[in-house]
Design a binder for this molecule. Sequence first.
Ligand SMILES: CC(O)(O)NCCCCN
Ligand SMILES: [Zn+2]
Length: 668
Amino acid sequence: MGTALIYDDEMTKYKLLWVDPACKIEVPERLTVSHEALVRTGLADRCVSVPVREATDAEILLAHSEEYLEAVKKTPYMSLEDLMEFTRQYGDVYFHPNIYHCAKLAAGAALQLVDSVMTGKVRNGMTLVRPPGHHSMRSAANGFCVFNNVAIAARYAKQKYGVQRVLIVDWDIHHGQGVQYCFEDDPSVLYFSWHRYEHQKFWPHLRNSDYDIVGKEKGAGFNINVPWNKVGMENGDYLSVFCHVLLPVAYEFCPDLVLVCAGFDSAIGDPEGEMCATPDVFAHLTHLLMNLAGGKLCAVLEGGYNLTSLAQSVCQTVQTLLGDPVPRPASLNSPCISALESLQCVRSAHKAYWSCLKHAADLPTSTISTKRIKLREGEETTEKGGEEEKDAEEKVWPEPPKRVTPPVCAALVLPDDVACPEGCERFSFSEDLDPLLASKLRESFLRDADDSTALITISSLIALTEKMEKNEICSGLALVRDVTKAMTSIVQHVTTVLSNRVLVVCVGDGNVPSHITEDRETLVVQMGSAQTDEQSCKYYIRVCLKKGCSDTSGFVQAVFGLLLPLGYEYDPSLVVLVRMPDSGVSDSLWQQLTGLLQSFALGHTLVLLQEEEKALVGLTASSLLGNPAPSLKQLQAPLTEDVEALERLRHRLQADWKLLQTTAPQTQ
Ligand SMILES: CC(O)(O)NCCCCN
Ligand SMILES: [Zn+2]
């Protein structure tokens, strides 16, 4: 299934008609540069084009009052003076004779997108709209917004399609208070927003935007505010919040639909956000949400005022929705102290509502302000935004990397009697093996030298890693007699001959030869149940789950709280996913993991299965092809001992792995 793109240039036909410094950045060119970039890069042609429509009165009234709608209806006939008068009653917004028409189209576009996804016409999609929506409230326009496009879409999806649970992710750099107010007592809509806050010094200066505003009555816990109290936040800050707050909660919530308030003023260069996250981070934010709700994801444009970073960020988002491999995360910095403070506060504020956060640390003793942290002499501060005084100098950043899709998406090394699933390519290295490599392989991996099939399999795997390294093949899957032997030979080859970093993820117990981690070119993370005295060390990390990998919620904890942050920090060029015999992991969780691990290494994931498990070939291949994994059930609470063990492990490792941090350093 494809990706919908909804755009109509009618929505460029309104603009600011008078002088207002607060509104001058919201210009029609925001839409034209975004759409033109999608056309120029060929991404628009790869999407399913869906027309806009006007939202009806009834649909607008899903989130707004009659008196507000009636008032807005009068604006097309107003004189300039009347428009200015009408505008004055609201904050940081402007009206225009054509804005009511465009606001109906923006809301209608969001509904068209929901229809396209909910009817299965497409898997996911994006709509480029203006005016944006997430600030507008029941009876008030605000922050360039007239109708709350995403709030209307959420109510519409519930009413028309019986959607039980909607997740709204708002990555715009402003707090969508309109969305928060709309659903604050509604447990069926989980609203997540991060936003520039600076301890309420930043617009819209609301006390209600802080981390302790968690929702009301039955809605308590279903409103998550992540305040950024400094500017200059980077990719590492954003990805940490996704891994340590949003994703664990989102998987516990288990939504039937994901709506994104896709504002790109959170990207570098934006005059509003003054953040430093690069446009390619939106490829990761999008990818990390694409296995929720069976892949049903609707992205609706909100803000974004630097026309260059806006266009790049829109392209990164759409290209990911189309299933292209995501770029490697540019060298991520550790989250800054202010971000860690916010992270700790949010997790603490929500520990009462989400079992995945039950063991989160308490609020920082004193909400640390960097002034009071006596930094030891010479210790570099990871504080950012110190240059508030300086005006935001013209930011420059590298073009996002070209994201080339390899000619072969998934190559499979299978015994002849096992069918190759649709969309994949059978791979066997049949040319005569060069004798040197053959004898090396024979003596190092194959005892019984005459075992020619094993030799062919191993040499095929090695040839496969070479083709992945050349980006001729994206991902691979192999049925092998002994996954540990196969893994060892692959790691040996890739780290010595190709001298690349390998992340090995072992699902299930079984001995993993520890020598492969001595060279630091390999990071091994093994998830299982066996309690071993063997301590985890920096490059060999064992996660012990009491009930093993059959415990989905414990496993998910380990994936988001440990595996993903490690993967982002390690930034391997190849991921080897090994399913150990009798791992006990469920099929849907296995597919979720296969999908999520494609966040790394340009999607170069090589999956190793025991040949007895050939029944898993089809569903594993499906995930390698980018099909969304089946939604997990709503997760029950992870076992306390598992969460505590994970916390201990994270605490021990965070000196080496900065993205594992979830709390701010204590003041002396
Ligand atoms: C859609 C939005 O969140 O980007 N609007 C920002 C309004 C800023 C007013 N100072
Ligand atoms: Zn914004």
